[in-house]
Design a binder for this molecule. Structure first.
Ligand SMILES: [Zn+2]
Length: 189
């Protein structure tokens, strides 16, 4: 009678009458697998059982921040205030998602990776910290200087630099997140 087995380290689900010798995702020993009742073909149930808050949360900054950069380029090119306002609101939306990203990421690190002390997790936490600080600075500059895009002082330069820095952080966070999600067992980082 076929069964489904669950890796207690990473949550990987395996179909078969016996658990696999090693977890194909995280490499844990087969003894770490426990039998699991087969999931019903209920989409909502499946969604709830497999929902990964960190994967969802991470798509907010990685979608919104490049859009903010594009709006900033358009604001500079056209001089239209609407683009400048768009940059501001996109940055705020992305920035409030960062704490959710950090909390869900650390929860995942503890649950799925047993809180293992690997450089990749410290890189991700550092990048999230840089993202949060640069986003906070950009928002603070824009709040205190509403015409910052039209100015030409040092603050203007900093404001222009912070958004590409945030894009770089989200790209690298996505890069390492992808490695963790798809290449954990290969350990190629
Ligand atoms: Zn596993």
């Amino acid at each position: 009678m076929p069964e489904q087995w669950k890796c207690t380290v990473c949550g990987y689900l395996y179909d078969g009458s016996e658990p696999p010798p090693r977890c194909p995702r995280c490499g844990a020993d087969g003894a770490r697998f426990i039998p699991r009742e087969r999931v019903s073909l209920n989409l909502l149930y499946d969604l709830k059982a497999s929902f990964v808050p960190h994967a969802v949360a991470s798509h907010f900054p990685s979608g919104l921040i490049p859009a903010a950069l594009l709006a900033m380029i358009l604001a500079l090119a056209t001089g239209r205030g609407a683009f400048d306002t768009t940059v501001f609101y996109l940055l705020i939306l992305a920035w409030v998602a960062v704490p959710v990203l950090v909390v869900s990421g650390i929860t995942d690190w503890r649950k799925r990776f047993g809180g293992v002390k690997a450089t990749i997790f410290y890189k991700k936490i550092s990048l999230a910290a840089v993202l949060f600080l640069s986003g906070g600075c950009a928002i603070a500059i824009r709040l205190s200087h509403p015409d910052i895009l039209q100015d030409d002082g040092i603050l203007h330069g900093i404001y222009l630099g912070l958004v590409p820095l945030m894009v770089l952080c989200t790209v690298l966070l996505g890069h390492y997140g992808g490695k963790l999600a798809f290449q954990w067992k290969k350990r190629t980082w």
